[in-house]
Design a protein around this ligand. Structure first.
Ligand SMILES: Cc1cc2nc3c(=O)[nH]c(=O)nc-3n(C[C@H](O)[C@H](O)[C@H](O)COP(=O)(O)OP(=O)(O)OC[C@H]3O[C@@H](n4cnc5c(N)ncnc54)[C@H](O)[C@@H]3O)c2cc1C
Length: 462
């Protein structure tokens, strides 16, 4: 065998599996066909969109608008150049850190497209046609996904873009239509809206972000509409046209939306097409997703694992990293405790949403008696100082056990604040934790204390 572990793809799951395997003293080769290491996460997904968001919030003065009014801007006439400058610096830094991490851990890497030749052998083909074969004891398929591009959508990078291509915009659109109100769609829609670009968000279903607590989503939708975004729910798209003067989106109800640019963000497809999975007998579904054992991440071929977006939900960089680590530990016989049931979900829209544990709908469905505690950020002194006049935290407690069942946040800092809720849930904490503990003051985290007290006042001492 040439390698103990062959990792196909250098995104979050591949990277983590590679480093974990190397830390266990194993020989590791990471092969990625991309120009640079890092995967979707570093080059077209997580890090670019979050960097764009941060730049937009800083340059637009978004966080200060609560004080100075909606017309406030730190920089007038924000250009694509302003946005891209920070993007490139951040991405270069991310790649550098990754390369250094591989070097320190003696993880080898190669740039090539990988194809299975058998359960212990792959071929590598480089861009200029060089061909080689590599033997492995274990492999991890960490090839991720690419934007779903239906044939009848005329993607042209002039008017109609997918979410990877949005980073190549050469100027800010005067108007934008976003099709698909999933996580990626709402993130980009609200980021451009924060730049005062008029945005129309189109979603064929009647609801959005169905895995999030309804009250949080309702507040989010209200905030989007309040700042002038147009949201068309229950609107199926009949046709998308790229015209010289504008992009046109014709809806099934007969209406047509015209805008300078359309972002089509309706789903992603697994990158399995050229892997030769049939040679080893691994199946993928119609969206290119591979089925694995959810505890070990083994595919139907025991020494071949799969992790990250290519195995489907939840398709997050955060969960992908953990999956890669667990797969590597399993491959080399390292026993791990079962993972916690709950993990946080972060949606980096403007405003942020983050959620952990059960939503109110799920608790209700379980039939458990529960109490809710709510705190608005404007009730906290930190919120006053920051000029925050929106955002809230909602906690759900079991009346029987007093345990925290779910924490849900919409507003500034949600994706950081959620980890308090995550820790309390996974450590089996109760409403009394929030009541009895002292929180830093003034902080937004104090909202946990306020929400805890809100529920406690109705639950009593128990
Ligand atoms: C716009 C956007 C925003 C996102 N924001 C967030 C966020 O805020 N938080 C979060 O947790 N997640 C976010 N995600 C999701 C996150 O990016 C993914 O969950 C994560 O990147 C998946 O990691 P992965 O390990 O599956 O590999 P990926 O990052 O998908 O990388 C896969 C790699 O495999 C390589 N590859 C593919 N086929 C082959 C082949 N045949 N041979 C060799 N190499 C191959 C590709 O070149 C690529 O480098 C976002 C995604 C998008 C698109």
């Amino acid at each position: 065998m040439d390698y103990d572990m062959l990792v196909i793809g250098s995104g979050p799951s591949g990277r983590r599996a590679a480093v974990q395997s190397a830390k266990l003293g194993k020989s590791v080769l990471v092969v990625d066909r991309g120009r640079r290491l890092g995967g979707v996460s570093v080059h077209t997904g997580t890090i670019p969109s979050k960097t764009l968001r941060e730049t937009v919030l800083n340059l637009s003065g978004w966080r200060e608008r609560g004080f100075y009014g909606r017309g406030y801007r730190v920089k007038q006439d924000i250009s694509v150049g302003d946005l891209v400058e920070r993007l490139h610096k951040t991405l270069d830094h991310e790649v550098e850190v990754l390369q250094h991490q591989f070097m320190r851990n003696t993880v080898k890497s190669a740039r090539a497209a990988v194809k299975f030749l058998g359960p212990n052998k792959v071929s590598l083909t480089t861009d200029n046609g060089d061909y080689s074969e590599v033997g492995f004891a274990n492999a991890l398929i960490a090839v991720g996904t690419r934007p779903h591009r239906p044939r009848d959508v005329p993607f042209d990078k002039t008017r109609i873009f997918d979410s990877d291509e949005m980073l190549e915009l050469d100027r800010l659109p005067r108007t934008l239509t976003v099709i698909g109100a999933g996580v990626i769609g709402v993130e980009y829609a609200t980021i451009f809206s924060a730049l005062d670009v008029p945005v129309t968000l189109v979603e064929p279903r009647n609801s959005i972000l169905d895995f999030v607590d309804r009250e949080i989503v309702d507040d989010f939708i209200h905030q989007m509409r309040d700042r002038g975004m147009t949201i068309r729910l229950g609107s199926a798209v009949k046709e998308i046209r790229s015209k010289p003067e504008a992009a046109e989106v014709e809806l099934a109800d007969g209406r047509t939306i015209r805008s300078e640019v359309v972002l089509y963000a309706a789903g992603r497809t697994g990158n399995v097409g050229s892997l030769g999975l049939d040679v080893v007998g691994i199946d993928a579904d119609t969206r290119g997703r591979i089925k694995v054992d959810p505890r070990t991440f083994q595919t139907s071929v025991p020494n071949i694992y799969a992790a990250g977006d290519v195995i489907g939900f939840p398709s997050l960089a955060s969960t992908s990293m953990e999956q890669g680590r667990v797969a590597a530990c399993h491959a080399f016989g390292v026993a791990l405790p079962p993972p916690p049931e709950t993990f946080p979900y972060g949606i980096y829209a403007v405003p942020e949403i983050s959620t952990v544990g059960q939503s109110e709908e799920q608790v209700r469905e379980s039939g458990a008696a529960y109490e809710v505690g709510v705190a608005r950020f404007r009730e906290t002194s930190r919120g006053h100082i920051m000029g925050v006049n929106t955002g809230f935290l909602k906690l759900l407690f079991s009346i029987e056990t007093r345990r925290l069942l779910g924490a849900h946040i919409v507003g500034e800092g949600a994706t950081e604040l959620i980890h308090i809720g995550q820790a309390v849930i996974n450590l089996g904490g109760t409403v009394d934790f929030f009541v009895n503990n002292t929180f830093n003051y003034p902080t937004l985290a104090e909202a946990y204390k306020i929400a805890g007290l809100d529920a406690w006042n109705r639950m009593g001492r128990g």
